[in-house]
Design a protein around this ligand. Sequence first.
Ligand code: FAD
Length: 519
Amino acid sequence: QPISILSLRSFMILILSCITININFGFLGTPSFQTLSLDGHLSFDENYHAARDFGNRHQFLPLAVLHPKSVSDIATTIMHVWQMGLGSELTVAARGHGHSLQGQAQAHRGVVINMESFSGLEKQMRVHTGKSPYVDAYGGELWINILQETLKYGLAPKSWTDYLHLTVGGTLSNAGISGQAFRHGPQISNVHQLEVVTGKGEVLNCSEEQNADLFHGVLGGLGQFGIITRARISLEPAPKMVKWIRVLYSDFSTFTRDQEHLISAENTFDYIEGFVIINRTGLLNNWRSSFNPQDPVQARQFESDGRKLFCLELAKHFNPDEIDTTNKEIENLLSQLGYISSTLFLSEVSYIEFLDRVHVSEVKLRSKGLWEVPHPWLNLLIPRSKIHDFAKEVFGNILTDTSNGPILIYPVHKSKWDNRTSAVLPEGDVFYLVAFLTSAVPSSTGTDGLEHILTQNKRILDFCEAAHLGVKQYLPHYTTQKEWRAHFGPRWQVFMQRKTAYDPLAILAPGQKIFQKAI
Ligand code: FAD
């Protein structure tokens, strides 16, 4: 008897899965994926890679992964899903470098487009020199490759992220913020033109002048309106060298006063960031001897004698023939600051070493098996007017140490952001990025475990809400539309209108969990 029950059940499951596969693959009435004419190919097996990301907490297996060889492959696939209409639950997610934190680049039982495996001619980068230089780069290109290519012409993009092994499409779908953003704005403020495949499979060029609504929508648009297949990125002459500086503060007010002063000062530094160190010992003694500027992880692990310290991190670009002037400028700027004078550390590195600094940590962490662990990161944008309230409670009460990973904190000017893009910002002319970049020890139930860190994150978010700090999440993650509406606030209407215009069936980037495809 058990055998026949089992066989009956297996038979039912087989029938049900055939029906599901038929619906999903459109065998009923619409042409199947197998009939699509592609330069690249679709893979239906062994797609576990596409179900993983840097966050290491969410795994949704897709039905298929597209390995495109041309933009037309991407357009054909999306057009196919679009033509299936609402009869199919299939969705499509572009996967850049998969460095999302909560499954944003995944598509549960959908199609993942592996942007990195693109190998067609359209991948070629084109650098345009001249008065206003720029590079045309493929949307799945890594920023490190763009840096390496543009440096051959003595040029480089102006605005960065702290880590360069991320794709153009991945960071432009968020914002792309680092220590240059106070001057140049985020990466989304440094793009002239995009080529986008919309949720209907149309390939459109867009810029300030052409299809401007799509252009602004896609920038910071969390992948909701189209897949970026090409971006025209603004360049500037690249310096050869960088003076890389770190100084410490024990007083938060002096630290933020200096940060805010520097982001507005004349002839200031080229990069301004900072981080928090809570409850470590021996920091001041070890500062000079153990600081290796090529190893920010090590630098961040300095001990702080059980105290709270704030580290201001600065960089000034220079070419070897300008060294004297640069030294004078740095001296002058530092003389205006109130850091603990015995904690000045300064070193010189090449521009590429400076920009690619986090990769050095990645290599080390990977070798110790500590890179592919859960990363319950929390990134917040906090109005300047509330940063002291935030710091008092979060650094004073909620967090007892910074052993689980660095906490970055630095201010930027809102005027450097374009308010027509989809990026969501807090009120006020200056706001802080505060990034809790924590790593969890797998299966630990202690203070370095996932549960503990998630509880801490929740306490931080609950506090922000209860104290009405007007905080916005960066790299936001919500699971209900109510929360998304609150996140976008008055900008929700425009976001919805853009969705209706460019991806009306809600096919794209389902992992963001903003819209659900209605079937
Ligand atoms: P993915 O994770 O692959 O995709 C992210 C989202 O964008 C998904 O929804 C995906 O569907 C969509 N998407 C991907 N490609 C495209 C495309 N071509 N067109 C349209 N949509 C697309 N961010 C900062 O701003 N500043 C930092 O300093 C910074 N540092 C980081 C350091 C590390 C170590 C890590 C892991 C992340 C960091 N980030 C930083 C966050 C990072 O910018 C985002 O997570 C970004 O989305 C990752 O890019 P990706 O190529 O891995 O994108």
